[in-house]
Design a protein around this ligand. Structure first.
Ligand SMILES: *[C@@H]1O[C@H](CO)[C@@H](O)[C@H](O)[C@H]1NC(C)=O
Ligand SMILES: *[C@@H]1O[C@H](CO)[C@@H](O)[C@H](O)[C@H]1NC(C)=O
Ligand SMILES: *[C@@H]1O[C@H](CO)[C@@H](O)[C@H](O)[C@H]1NC(C)=O
Ligand SMILES: *[C@@H]1O[C@H](CO)[C@@H](O)[C@H](O)[C@H]1NC(C)=O
Ligand SMILES: *[C@@H]1O[C@H](CO)[C@@H](O)[C@H](O)[C@H]1NC(C)=O
Ligand SMILES: *[C@@H]1O[C@H](CO)[C@@H](O)[C@H](O)[C@H]1NC(C)=O
Ligand SMILES: *[C@@H]1O[C@H](CO)[C@@H](O)[C@H](O)[C@H]1NC(C)=O
Ligand SMILES: *[C@@H]1O[C@H](CO)[C@@H](O)[C@H](O)[C@H]1NC(C)=O
Ligand SMILES: *[C@@H]1O[C@H](CO)[C@@H](O)[C@H](O)[C@H]1NC(C)=O
Ligand SMILES: *[C@@H]1O[C@H](CO)[C@@H](O)[C@H](O)[C@H]1NC(C)=O
Ligand SMILES: *[C@@H]1O[C@H](CO)[C@@H](O)[C@H](O)[C@H]1NC(C)=O
Ligand SMILES: *[C@@H]1O[C@H](CO)[C@@H](O)[C@H](O)[C@H]1NC(C)=O
Length: 809
């Protein structure tokens, strides 16, 4: 199934038929003479190994070693993976092993080595794998000397240039150039199309920008062809229907146009991925009735035309269909649901309407979010015992939440028109992990039977009419990480009756805003939170870390990742991915009173804290200065008194601060991020002075006599301060971009090699949304920063000029 397995299987087959019988030497017990390697051959091997740093070698890995031919004594096979570190030099002893037939040096660290033309000396090679190294530069023309080669793996390097000239490799059956920087056009006269023995060809994740040459049709033995993630454009030529041996065809993330390629003659095809291109028109019925096809991914095209109805779908083997993001209108055709083996179906982000038809018995995962489905959530789902993932969010479903859905793993019904009570529907042993019924009109109490869901991690019932006291009883759920009760009719205290800490050890997203919560919080309220011990990496990568925990993937085909509307820096990021590496707290819009618990300072992973619109009194806790990751802090509209702690100067990521409408006094701590906030963040505090407010502290207290020189120095200092305040924001933005950029390739590489196509696409899709969010976020942030910067400079200049004038007169 997976690329790696296939290739290793292939290698070991080759090994069996070509290289043995032979003797094996392990790397660490190489004693010449014990076996039949010629002394000078084993010496060459030892010398080769000594050219590198080998501390990273795994000496118990039996697949590494050197093998010699019994009769000639020459080294015929050499495998050293995940071991060597250093530069491969032209005079390396490796190139003296002329009898090598099998060479696997994958996953080493040949930092900034180029692919040396000396490889061309090893012209007996049948298998050459140099994947997962950092080779740079072009493939030298001497590779054409390797005329015995049947396997060439160069994936995951940084090779450049156009498609290498490999005309004379007439035995080549496996060619892997995945994830390099090859570029340019694939010409019809390219040597690629003379490699008639090719069975497997990976050109994916490069920069080929080219029409698809019809000459691909010459490669009749192809079984696996991946051209994904390049710039191939235009139509898929009809000659592709000559590739009748194809079992897997991957074309995702290119710029292909026209109608879907005719592939009905590809009667061995099992996986077809044409996602994220610009295909238009209808989905031909012939596609759905290819007798072998199990996986079909068409997401992210413009296939808005109607479906062609196949004569019969009963013989179809389709298991996994993704039609999401195509702008398809109308009802889901009934026959689609009659596919006898269907187990995952993604219809999300289209314009489907009408009711959901009955689903096949084999369904495991159904995602239909972002359509216009109406009617009730079909009760037929109740008898689908294999169903694990049901995402019907962002539709217009009515009626109640069927109690039979209590044993799914992911139940997401957010943003529909569901009403009625939330029933006590969860039984012992329930496997529920995510339950999101936010933005409906549900009423009643929070069902106590949620206690039976010991796997529950994510609970979101925001924007309903649930009337209940705070669910302290949920503390019995050991895994609860996200609790969102926002905008309901919850009431009473959120502090436990014994005035002890809140006992939700795993909680890191805690949003209870806009309810009717009352009373005060004890000082130790937050001490039990795990979020307090999370370690942040210095580059700020916590924000973009990907947490396996918050997503779900099975066989690569069924995936789900939790998302929330993240309220952050005065903005709402809809459907932000939930990352267990950050924490947010929103208590705003309640009637909480008393002091803000000092223990808030333990929550080191906190990036957003909103306590606004309550009745908090007392001082702003100094411990807030410990929350070094804090980017958004809203304490507005309370009854806080005292000064803004100087400790806030340490909050270098703080992009949004609002303390307006309190009873704060004294000077706003000058410098860094704080002075850069807008004036409205400090309004409504009669006693506050200093930048960015116009009330100067000097003029409200006893005006000191200042001489002009001193004042000018002050101005220079504040210019610096503005610059300092600006720099962290910029760095933060850049860090985010950097994290994303550096994050992508490794991730993609890992995924494609696990053969998890769907995960990969999800991942890419996730990246795009994430990237989009972050970029827009960053742009907004930059604009904001620039405005603030200019604003404070102007005010500062004006203030100081005024002060100068006053003191001169
Ligand atoms: C080569 O050596 C291997 C292992 O010692 C042995 O099994 C095999 O029979 C030998 N082949 C010949 C041709 O001597
Ligand atoms: C070393 O190789 C052995 C055998 O392949 C494997 O079981 C082990 O996990 C490897 N150790 C490391 C640290 O990679
Ligand atoms: C690769 O080697 C370079 C120096 O030779 C070193 O800086 C780097 O950390 C190594 N990378 C890995 C993954 O071992
Ligand atoms: C290979 O050449 C380098 C200089 O490029 C030299 O330092 C090194 O000793 C040579 N190694 C061998 C094995 O000849
Ligand atoms: C490649 O083969 C040609 C002859 O076929 C020979 O002249 C040339 O030296 C070889 N190149 C290398 C690098 O071995
Ligand atoms: C291949 O065709 C292109 C034009 O399509 C031409 O520029 C190039 O010279 C040709 N190369 C060879 C080796 O024939
Ligand atoms: C390949 O396909 C084209 C068009 O589909 C067809 O005309 C041609 O005869 C086929 N070539 C071979 C060699 O089968
Ligand atoms: C499919 O194959 C049949 C014969 O096997 C041939 O007549 C037909 O032209 C082929 N279709 C395409 C699109 O190549
Ligand atoms: C469907 O059936 C009609 C006639 O019943 C036939 O003409 C047509 O070729 C069939 N289509 C397919 C794809 O089998
Ligand atoms: C819920 O599903 C789990 C497996 O996912 C199963 O063990 C359990 O019996 C089911 N419970 C009920 C009440 O159906
Ligand atoms: C848990 O489920 C059982 C039935 O399986 C039920 O009797 C019990 O009341 C449920 N627990 C709660 C707290 O509702
Ligand atoms: C909040 O609770 C108070 C009594 O504690 C009640 O008078 C008020 O109506 C409640 N507000 C809402 C919006 O339910």
């Amino acid at each position: 199934m997976s690329g790696v397995l296939v290739s290793f299987h292939f290698i070991s087959l080759l090994l069996l038929c070509c290289v043995s019988p032979s003797s094996l030497l392990r790397i660490d017990d190489l004693v010449p003479g014990l076996v039949s390697c010629l002394p000078q051959q084993s010496q060459a091997f030892t010398l080769f190994k000594n050219e590198f740093e080998t501390r990273g070698c795994n000496h118990s890995d039996n697949s590494n070693g050197v093998w010699c031919d019994n009769t000639t004594g020459a080294v015929t096979k050499l495998q050293l993976t995940s071991c060597l570190s250093g530069t491969l030099k032209p005079n390396s002893s490796l190139f003296r092993l002329h009898q090598l037939r099998y060479l696997d040096l994958s996953s080493n660290n040949f930092s900034s080595s180029s692919l040396l033309s000396e490889f061309g000396n090893l012209n007996k090679l049948e298998v050459l794998s140099l994947s997962f190294n950092s080779f740079i530069g072009e493939v030298p023309s001497s590779f054409n000397n390797l005329s015995m080669l049947s396997y060439l793996g160069l994936s995951n390097n940084q090779l450049t240039g156009s498609f290498p000239f490999l005309r004379y490799l007439s035995k080549l059956s496996y060619l892997d150039l995945f994830n390099n920087h090859f570029s340019g056009t694939l010409n019809p006269n390219s040597s690629l199309f003379e490699l008639h023995q090719l069975i497997t060809l990976y050109l994916s994740f490069n920069n080929f920008i080219s029409p698809v040459p019809s000459q691909f049709g010459n490669l009749k033995k192809l079984e696996v062809l991946s051209l994904s993630n390049n710039g191939f454009f235009g139509q898929v030529p009809p000659t592709f229907s000559n590739l009748t041996s194809l079992t897997r065809l991957f074309f995702y993330r290119n710029e292909l146009t026209g109608s879907l390629p005719l592939v009905q003659n590809l009667t061995n095809l099992h996986d077809l991925d044409l996602s994220y291109n610009h295909f238009t028109g209808t989905i031909p019925s012939t596609l759905l009735t290819i007798p072998t096809l199990g996986y079909l991914d068409l997401r992210g095209n413009n296939l808005a035309g109607s479906f062609e109805v196949p004569n019969s779908s009963t013989s179809s083997r389709l298991q996994h269909i993704d039609l999401s993001n195509n702008g398809i209108k109308g009802k889901v055709p009934a026959w689609l649901w009659e596919l006898p083996r269907l187990s995952s179906m993604d219809l999300s982000k289209n314009s489907f309407n009408g009711a959901l038809p009955n689903m096949p018995l084999s369904i495991v995962s159904l995602s239909a979010w972002g359509n216009s489905f109406t009617g009730t959530v079909p009760l037929s789902l109740c008898s689908r015992s294999s169903l694990m993932v049901l995402d019907l969010s962002y539709n217009s479903f009515t009626g109640s939440v069927p109690i039979c859905l209590s044993n799914l793993t992911y139940l997401v019904l957010r943003k529909n028109n569901l009403e009625g009570r939330l029933q006590d529907m969860f039984h012992t042993g329930s496997s529920l992990r995510t339950f999101d019924v936010g933005y409906n009109q549900l009423h009643g109490k929070l069902p106590r039977s949620l206690l039976n869901c010991s796997s529950l991690k994510f609970l979101n019932i925001e924007n309903n009419k649930i009337e209940d006291a705070f669910p302290f009883w949920l503390k019995a759920l050991p895994n609860l990480q996200v609790l969102i009760l926002r905008s309901n009719i919850f009431y009473g205290p959120i502090a436990p009756p014994d005035q002890g800490p809140l006992a939700f050890p795993q909680l890191h997203i805690f949003e209870v805003s806009d309810n009717n919560f009352t009373r005060s919080l004890p000082a130790n309220y937050f001490v039990n939170w795990k979020a307090s011990s999370l370690q942040m990496s210095e580059d700020g990568s916590i924000y973009m870390g990907y947490e396996e925990d918050s997503s779900f993937s099975m066989n690569g085909y069924y995936t789900y990742q939790d998302s929330i509307d993240l309220r952050y820096k005065g903005l709402v990021m809809e459907q932000a991915k939930v990352l267990s590496s950050y924490a947010t707290i929103d208590f705003s819009g309640n009637k909480l009173e008393g002091e803000i618990p000092e223990s808030i300072g333990f929550l080191k992973a906190l990036i957003a804290l909103n306590l606004s619109n309550n009745a908090f009194t007392g001082h702003i806790p100094l411990s807030l200065g410990n929350l070094k990751q804090l980017a958004s802090l809203d304490l507005s509209r309370n009854n806080l008194s005292g000064t803004i702690p100087n400790e806030f100067k340490a909050l270098t990521f703080l992009a949004y601060l609002n303390v307006s409408h309190n009873q704060l006094t004294g000077e706003i701590p000058q410098g860094t991020q704080i002075t850069g906030q807008s004036k409205s963040s400090f309004e409504g505090n009669a006693g506050l002075c200093g930048l960015p407010l116009q009330e100067s502290c000097a003029s409200t207290s006893v005006p000191p006599l200042q001489d002009v020189n001193q004042e000018e120095e002050g101005e220079v200092l504040s210019w610096k301060a503005v610059a300092i305040g600006y720099a962290p924001g910029l760095l933060f933005g850049l860090a985010l971009g950097q994290v994303i950029a550096s994050y992508k390739p490794k991730w993609l590489a890992k995924l494609i090699y696990q053969g998890s196509i769907s995960t990969l696409c999800r991942t890419i899709y996730g990246l795009v949304t994430k990237q989009f969010l972050v970029i827009s976020f960053f742009v907004m942030f930059l604009c904001n920063e620039v405005c603030i910067c200019i604003h404070s400079i102007c005010i500062r200049t004006r203030n100081s000029r005024r002060n100068v004038n006053t003191s001169m007169f």
